[in-house]
Design a protein around this ligand. Structure first.
Ligand code: SF4
Length: 238
């Protein structure tokens, strides 16, 4: 079977399981996510890789518990909070983690494109520091795994547990797509998940330091990302 056929078969199977009463409720959704991760590793082995921003700690912990053989990579944009790098260091001991760097250092980018490109052209900055390295990190593989959830943004409400990434021509797997914010909080509490310390300081959604601010109580959790601009996605998933 081609990767596309494997994805179609798995998408239908996991969609049916998602509707099954055994997988309703918090523990049911967690169990199904574990099954998706195990399936991904069994089906693709080293041909699947998981992209983590270390703002999706529950997914990395779930992977460590359920399918620790999965290859995981972290995009180090050079603009991360120190707390995010500490989170990366914690999980380096729990999963097979590699760090992927942009082709240009922050200094080289400043020389070639001017300082603080993120202020003048955030799409251009994300293209250099996120999109190109991600495409390089997953190139040649059949499948990749993300921490995307339907509740993250209006652009994500219809994502499947297993789908097909048309743009990249590969399987795209979203094991925690169905998780609510409460599922994330409960799993983090029940499993004593190591969380990015920024979470306690008002950062429910964590990206690069220059483009992320804390949010106030009651504010949209993603309001702190590229605040003051119309940008809502880094370009990895669009
Ligand atoms: S999130 Fe901001 S700093 Fe990070 S790559 Fe995108 S524009 Fe650059």
């Amino acid at each position: 079977m081609s990767a596309r056929e494997i994805a179609a078969e798995a998408a239908a199977r996991f969609a049916a399981l998602e509707a099954d009463e055994r997988y309703q409720g918090h523990l049911g959704r967690v169990d199904l996510s574990r099954e998706v991760l195990r399936w991904a590793h069994d089906a693709f082995g080293d041909d699947v890789t998981l992209a983590s921003s270390m703002g999706d700690e529950v997914l990395v912990e779930l992977t460590a518990q359920s399918a620790p053989g999965i290859d995981v990579f972290f995009l180090d944009t050079g603009f991360h909070f120190e707390e995010t790098l500490r989170t990366r260091d914690h999980y380096a001991g729990r999963v097979r983690l590699r760090t992927v760097l942009p082709l240009l250092t922050v200094e080289e980018q400043g020389r070639e494109h001017g300082e603080r490109l993120y202020e003048r052209d955030p799409d251009g900055c994300c293209a250099i520091r996120k999109v190109e390295p991600l495409n390089r990190a997953i190139s040649g593989r059949s499948a990749w795994i993300t921490g995307m959830r339907r509740v993250d943004a209006p652009t994500r409400t219809d994502i499947d547990l297993v789908g097909w990434d048309e743009r990249r021509g590969m399987v795209k797997i979203n094991p925690i797509a169905a998780w609510s914010d409460d599922d994330v909080d409960r799993f983090a509490f029940e499993e004593d998940v190591f969380l990015n310390p920024l979470r306690e300081r008002g950062y429910p959604s964590i990206g690069c330091a220059p483009c992320t601010r804390a949010v106030a109580a009651g504010e949209d959790p993603r309001a702190g990302r590229w605040a003051g601009t119309s940008k809502t996605e880094c370009g990895l998933h669009t």
